[in-house]
Design a protein around this ligand. Structure first.
Ligand code: ADP
Ligand code: MG
Length: 699
């Protein structure tokens, strides 16, 4: 090998143009070797055909513009410890402000010079009749060299401090000019798989991604070149392979085999006040078949709000209890625990199943009593909040773990609850319909049952979008419904102190509405209230002592009051589609015609008005979820609380959903053909997954 040849392991400092000093700095970004660097894939491509002129801007459109920095301002936010960083840019004719609420990194703002030419990519919005960029991506504009080479398409990399895009590109170019590497050095997938799916070699794919070909510019922009496809496949495959191994691992554990007395269960079903829907029956059948097996169940039960997941879980718990085993059901809030507890004890105790409740807010003496009966096995079903996963909670014979409203819990909490039994059967339930692609990416290791049918006789909820002018009419309508004997919810978004001027908040509006409609009985429920107050308010609402409940989103999950027939969502522009759909699911639970009114606030945008319109026209939770995912992207859709979503370098679960399905299928196929990765051609994969595959041994 000649002296200036590079391999994957060569430290970066030996690349021409890097050197020891920069090499040291790059370590902070986890870039140690040549291999690290070439795996930093471009996250986008710059299309130099499409620079937009300042005079051709339209609101809410993604654009690329080039302009000079003319001024920098730091604007303190009143009453808060935060600032807005503003940069004014001009193309000679017009000046446009760019606003940053947080900075990509500390020195970035300072190092930007007035007079510097920059390139901005992002959405321009119209704010107070003026075009504004909020958080655009901002790059140094093409340097002289690049303009000369007339690259129509350029790779764009994520920030690597302190490198400019130009410098990143030149380092990458230098590396590939001197890299001594064969296809085999980078390959990790077996030949049969590469052949079957006609994949480009990894080496070619990396080169192709870093050095886009101007003839294929549109394919590059859409991530549809063979190079990008290969890299995307690899990312998905890696994740799915991990799921496949985990899934395999679970199947190896031994769970209690629950023998189910079908006749008995049929008798029980007859005592229900309704017939199960076909979808409920199907889900129940799938769950029973898992419970009867000695492989631990790992199942996700998905179904729109109100489809009746609870009864499915309770019948399964009953079957376990009859076989002499315990069930733990974990829910996210005290309110929900109370409601489920009532429900479950009412349903199960007549059949001799003892039900208990364990929540954080109970007195410690009460908790001790409950823990006692759990440990002795005297109680067969326990419903609880996070209190259930405390260390000192022990079960006698825990066989079945149910997690309700799963999106509220993190993976860690799920694991803790599972650890209470050796290998319990495990069911997670969610009312947030998750589009298939997303659930493949997050729950790829779970089997899925879907309840896609609503109980018969439900009257569809009528939904209407209301513009701010119509608020009075909305509340007059609420009043009219209440006078007919119904109850209503009015929900407000959570509001931060500093935003008070613009937005309505639950407490203020409660006071105002109560003062205006004096003959109605109002109640208030917010997250700030203490648990006793909340409980008290909720139970007065359940009893009908409160007719209209004003609240923040605390009522979002699971609450069931059949007499409530109106849901008013205020400042709807602040809610995501799925969240509104969840809220809507609080009504329409009884025999009455129900209504959901989505009221826009004074400053609604076109997009939020469209969202409200989607609500008006779509009742199907899965359709709404898909739209929501499309509009907000996966991260936002899931909320920051439970990201759970693996981060991909270039793969995108919506854009590349075909590739995701393919990767899933091939990963699971591979594991089922060669569960212990014993074949020679699977050696490289095995190495990559060393830790996991070691725990999965034959026999
Ligand atoms: P979710 O799936 O949102 O948790 P629940 O389990 O709370 O829904 O059920 C909503 C309501 O529907 C409950 O009052 C429940 O008793 C009722 N229900 C469940 N299944 C049926 C059915 N097959 N027919 C009629 N009502 C049902
Ligand atoms: Mg529920």
């Amino acid at each position: 090998m000649s002296k200036n040849q590079l391999t994957l392991d060569t430290p970066l400092q030996f690349v021409k143009g890097v050197g020891p000093k920069l090499g040291e700095i790059l370590k902070k970004s986890s870039l140690l070797t040549v291999g690290d660097m070439i795996h930093r894939l471009p996250r986008a491509y710059q299309d130099n055909r499409r620079l937009t002129d300042f005079n051709n801007l339209t609101p809410d459109q993604q654009v690329i513009v080039q302009a000079d920095v003319v001024k920098k301002n730091i604007i303190p936010l009143r009453g808060r410890n935060r600032k807005i960083y503003e940069i004014l840019v001009s193309d000679g004719s017009k000046t446009i402000p760019c606003k940053f609420f947080t900075l990509p990194y500390k020195n970035w703002f300072n190092s930007l010079r007035v007079g510097e030419k920059v390139e901005l990519r992002g959405k321009v919005t119209l704010f107070r009749n003026r075009f504004t960029f909020n958080h655009p991506q901002i790059f140094p504009a093409n340097s002289e060299e690049e303009i000369k080479s007339q690259d129509l398409v350029l790779p764009l990399y994520s920030e690597i401090e302190p490198l400019t895009q130009y410098k990143i590109r030149s380092i990458i170019r230098e590396i590939f000019n001197h890299l001594s590497l064969s296809d085999q050095d980078l390959e990790w997938l077996p030949p049969w798989l590469i052949k079957k799916y006609n994949l480009t070699s990894r080496l070619k794919a990396l080169k192709g991604a870093h050095f886009p070909d101007r003839k294929k510019i549109d394919d590059y922009l859409n991530f549809k070149t063979e190079f990008q496809k290969r890299l995307i496949f690899d990312e998905f495959f890696e994740l799915q392979f991990y799921f496949a191994l985990k899934n395999q691992g679970w199947k190896i554990g031994t769970a209690p085999q629950i023998s189910i007395n079908e006749k008995y269960i049929e008798e029980i079903k007859k005592t229900l006040p309704f017939d199960l829907t076909l979808a409920q029956k199907k889900a129940l059948k799938e769950i029973f078949s898992d419970l009867q097996s000695s492989h631990p169940m790992h199942r996700l039960l998905q179904g729109d709000v109100g489809c009746g997941k609870t009864v499915v879980a309770l019948l399964s718990a009953l079957a376990c209890a009859k076989a002499g085993y315990q069930t733990a059901i974990m829910v996210p809030t005290e309110i929900l625990a109370e409601q489920h507890y009532k429900n479950a004890s009412h349903f199960l105790e007549p059949f001799g199943v003892k039900v208990e409740k364990l929540t954080g807010k109970m007195k410690s003496s009460q908790k001790r009593t409950v823990m006692g009966v759990l440990q002795s096995g005297f109680c067969q079903v326990c419903i609880g909040t996070h209190a259930l996963i405390q260390e000192n909670v022990q079960f006698h014979k825990l066989a079945f773990v149910v997690i309700d409203e799963q999106h509220r819990f993190g993976a860690h909490q799920r694991a803790l609850l599972k650890s209470k039994g050796a290998y319990p059967h495990f069911l997670v339930m969610t009312a947030t319909p998750i589009p298939r692609t997303l659930s493949m990416a997050i729950y790829g290791d779970l089997d899925v049952s879907v309840i896609d049918e609503m109980p018969k006789g439900r009257i569809p909820i009528m939904t209407r979008r209301a513009f701010p002018k119509k608020r009075k009419e909305v509340f007059d309508f609420v009043k009219q419904q209440v006078e007919k004997g119904r109850q209503a919810y009015v929900v407000y978004p959570l509001v931060e102190e500093s935003e008070k001027l613009d937005l309505k908040n639950a407490r203020d509006q409660y006071e105002k509405l109560k003062a205006y409609y004096t003959d109605l009985k109002w109640g208030l429920l917010t997250g700030r209230m203490n648990p006793e107050e909340k409980q008290d308010t909720m139970s007065r609402f359940v009893k009908g002592e409160i007719q209209i409940l004003v609240s923040t989103t605390v009522i979002e999950v699971g609450v069931d009051v059949p007499n409530a027939s109106v849901m008013v969502i205020e400042n709807a522009e602040r809610f995501g589609l799925s969240q509104m759909h969840q809220l809507r699911g609080r009504v329409g639970r009884g025999p009455y015609k129900s209504y959901c009114i989505v009221v826009l606030g004074e400053r609604f945008s076109k997009e939020s008005s469209e969202r409200a319109y989607i609500m008006q026209n779509t009742l199907n939770g899965f359709k709404i979820a898909e739209k929501d995912l499309e509009i907000r992207g996966p991260g936002e859709f899931l909320g920051s609380r439970q990201s759970g979503l693996p981060s991909f370098k270039i793969a995108h679960i919506i854009r590349d959903s075909d590739s995701l399905s393919l990767a899933k299928k091939s990963a699971f196929d591979l594991v089922s053909q060669d569960p212990y990765l014993q074949k020679l051609e699977h050696q490289k994969i095995k190495d990559k997954f060393k830790e996991l595959s070691l725990s999965i041994r034959p026999g």
